[in-house]
Write a protein that binds this ligand. Structure first.
Ligand code: CA
Length: 228
């Protein structure tokens, strides 16, 4: 699954260069140029990681980080121009995962991003470690799916699809959106790919695949994971 990064940086030239490098590495990047925009994009797009500049117009990086931490444990890498901010950044109050002091090496930043995303594990970036619904249990750290105490073996795409839908319960996704989010295709592709994966997934996790409890079909719209 393509990871989504929210880049918050008011220096347009730096933001542009970073976006370019991150996209080249296969990340999906949203850019916000001030703190207010950052919080808006954060709640709209549910990123996997945030790169957050400290000195920002409107709402500064400290306040943005505090606001984000109120809602989520998702990884935050702070960009700072001053060494003396580091204690505060990494301290309990803000709890950023890492920081880079400007000017920094983009390659170094990429290495840190990868390390953090590896640590948080796929799908677990939003701060959740486990999703449980009825007899179904998804361990987002170990990437294991258990039904009635028995582990179910899924292919990596089946797992990616299930954990994506289950991480966003009740939200309806069209097949196009699922292709984009789970497969990373943002072009017209064979939508039956999604249907076939959903079918196989249901055969594995649903007691009665024809009358599913977990992954529901929304006619004319797409699929959604049942809300608790
Ligand atoms: Ca700045």
């Amino acid at each position: 699954m393509q990871k989504r990064i929210l880049l918050v940086e008011d220096e347009k030239t730096l933001a542009k260069a970073l976006k370019f490098s991150l996209e080249k590495e296969g990340f999906r990047v949203d850019v916000a140029y001030d703190g207010e925009e950052a919080l808006q994009v954060f709640s709209r797009n549910e990123p996997d990681l945030i790169i957050l500049d400290l000195m920002l117009p409107k709402i500064d990086g400290f306040e943005v980080c505090r606001e984000i931490r109120r809602k989520s444990d998702l990884p935050v890498i702070m960009l700072t121009a001053r060494d003396e901010d580091i204690d505060k950044i990494l301290g309990l109050e803000l709890g950023a995962d890492d920081y880079m002091t400007k000017p920094f090496n983009t390659r170094e930043l990429l290495a840190r991003i990868r390390a953090i995303l590896r640590r948080t594990g796929q799908g677990a970036a939003a701060g959740k470690k486990k999703i449980t619904l009825g007899d179904l249990e998804i361990d987002l750290i170990k990437q294991k799916v258990v039904i009635k105490g028995r582990e179910v073996s899924l292919t990596s795409k089946q797992y990616a699809l299930l954990s994506f839908l289950a991480s966003n319960p009740g939200r309806v996704y069209s097949r196009e959106q699922l292709l984009e989010e789970v497969w990373g295709y943002d072009y017209e592709s064979d939508l039956r790919t999604v249907d076939v994966h959903i079918r196989h997934l249901r055969e594995k996790i649903e007691e009665r695949p024809a009358d599913p409890r977990y992954i529901l079909t929304v006619w004319g719209a797409g699929y959604k994971f049942r809300e608790v």
